[in-house]
Ligand binder design. Structure first.
Ligand code: ADP
Ligand code: MG
Length: 504
């Protein structure tokens, strides 16, 4: 797919058991909250952190006779996400009722898309380092409603229910079991998050639960996965367990590692894996059984009689496709190809869409590599240290661009540029004006530099003798001259003059 970036697939993670080697096979069901002001089937707000039960339409509370009305914007967001994952869009999809009892689900069912999802097969390229990437196939994306929230810690005797989240649109993104290790699983979720943040279809906030994953894990002996790949026959793979509702990349990795070792120990002991749903306990670092695996028929799925099949037009999909922003893989490839950046630097700069935008405005009309160095080393370094982001950066892209212009024109040296950056960081201002006002301009006037060299040489006769005997000591004079000129003398000119005066 990405013909402009060539990569090799990483080796699968191998765990050595007591009796032999085992490989991991992982498939993820990622729930991404659709970025939308209103819910999937009602006009109620999706705002986070509001007073409990203040964002609830009658249909969200399942009042008798209330009917769901599909939110076109949420559908467009799912289509956009599908296109971003290079997936097929189904012009006809349909909603089904998935029946279950939850105290925070007043309808007694969730509206989902089991049989006819809106998005079909796609793929994600998961970067595992420069030149190394895993292609993970997407099986489907469907739209569904989120449930509400039960609150158990407000009262010793009672539980409370908050329906603000009830009916909020989710996209469930189902991968094929193509992920082969804990790091890949985390990188896959990170990549989905990155793509959706570029698209503006999910804010990717994992802490708030706006992006969370059910992680399916199985283990198999080496070679079994290749047979599955050739035949697409799941019987070559081991039985999987599903770890529910993970919303931390770190915990996803820890849970997979624990779960794989648990399964290996059982299998090597002659036992077999029971397909089940498990929960990860971050305090103990363990997964534990939650319930036995439920099948589709347990939910009595049936087409929702309140909703017509969802028919969308190709022309509408084409309009969405035409308005797609540049995606991270393409942006990264462009930074490498057009700006001459290393793949690593391009990866750092495109990781977050806001960072990429900042960098692009710094680099616009300037040397890309120099802009990349300044943004990554000086700006990101400083932002990280102070816990800030580009949105809250005290130095704007145009100010940083101004610094680079001053270096480019020879007005200031690289060293003075760092002082200038510091001034901009703490005091702000216009870079060119600061350089002018504070006399920070680089001295390129050879006469002035020569005068400074002469003075230092005259003042240090003993050192001159030593340097004449040992040319390596000339560096001392260069240092003294730079110091005497407050770092403003052009270093190359100083070096030349010192060498000349010492007769080297
Ligand atoms: P369900 O909704 O019942 O959990 P799905 O078929 O929707 O089942 O998908 C379950 C997920 O499990 C998919 O992401 C799939 O790739 C993954 N999966 C299927 N078989 C295995 C396996 N043997 N090992 C690991 N993951 C698997
Ligand atoms: Mg599942």
């Amino acid at each position: 797919m990405l013909d402009h970036l060539t990569y090799t697939a990483p080796q699968p993670k191998v765990i050595a058991g007591a009796k032999g080697d085992w490989e991991l096979v992982i498939g993820l069901e990622v729930h991404a909250q659709v970025a939308s002001n209103a819910k999937l089937f009602s006009g109620a707000s999706t705002g986070f952190g509001a007073e409990p039960n203040s964002h609830v339409a009658f249909v969200d509370a399942a009042m008798p006779g209330m009917l769901p009305v599909i939110n076109e914007f949420c559908v467009a967001q799912a289509v956009k996400t599908g296109l971003g994952l290079k997936a097929g869009i189904n012009l006809r999809s349909a909603f089904d009722r998935k029946n279950y009892f939850y105290p925070d689900l007043p309808q007694g069912y969730q509206i989902s898309q089991l049989y006819h999802p809106i998005v079909g097969e796609g793929e994600v390229i998961v970067d595992m380092g420069p030149g190394v990437a895993r292609r993970v196939r997407i099986e489907r994306i469907h739209l569904e409603q989120d449930a509400g929230k039960s609150i158990h810690d407000m009262d010793p005797n009672m539980s409370f229910v908050d329906l603000n989240r009830t009916g909020v649109a989710l996209m469930e993104i189902v991968s094929r079991p193509d992920i082969r290790g804990p790091e890949e699983a985390a990188a896959y979720v990170a990549k989905l998050r990155q793509i959706m943040r570029y698209l503006g279809t999910c804010d990717g906030n994992m802490q708030n639960g706006n992006l969370r994953a059910d992680v399916n894990v199985s283990v198999c002996p080496p070679g079994a996965y290749e047979r599955y790949q050739e035949t697409q026959d799941f019987s070559h793979l081991g039985t999987r367990c599903e770890i529910k509702n993970m919303n931390s990349l770190r915990f996803i990795q820890a849970a997979i590692d624990y779960e794989a070792r648990r399964q290996i120990a059982i299998l090597e002991d002659g036992g077999s894996i029971v397909q089940e749903t498990r929960l990860y306990d971050p305090d103990k670092g363990e997964t534990r059984s939650m319930r036995s695996k439920e099948e589709a028929h347990d939910y009595r799925y049936f087409p929702d009689p309140d909703l017509l099949p969802l028919d969308i037009e190709q022309a509408w999909v084409d309009d969405i496709a035409a308005a797609m922003p540049e995606l991270p893989d393409e942006k990264k490839a462009r930074f490498v190809k057009d700006l001459g950046l290393s793949e690593y630097d391009a990866g750092v700069l495109t990781a977050e869409v806001e960072n990429a935008d900042y960098f692009e405005s710094v680099a616009s009309g300037r040397d890309g590599k120099m802009a990349a160095n300044w943004v990554i080393n000086e700006l990101f370094g400083r932002l990280n240290k102070e816990g800030l982001s580009v949105e809250t950066s005290p130095v704007s892209a145009s100010q940083l661009g101004g610094v680079i212009d001053l270096i480019g024109s020879g007005a200031i040296s690289g060293k003075i540029a760092k002082d200038l950056f510091e001034i901009l960081w703490t005091e702000g201002g216009d870079p060119a004006a600061i350089v002018e006002e504070r006399g920070m301009k680089q001295v390129t006037d050879l006469g002035a530099i020569e005068k400074a060299v002469d003075e230092i040489i005259a003042a240090n006769p003993a050192q001159v003798e030593k340097a004449k005997a040992n040319p390596k000591l000339a560096g001392w004079f260069v240092g003294q001259v730079l110091k005497a000129t407050g770092g403003k003398a052009n270093p190359a000119a100083v070096q030349d003059l010192v060498a000349q005066k010492l007769g080297q």
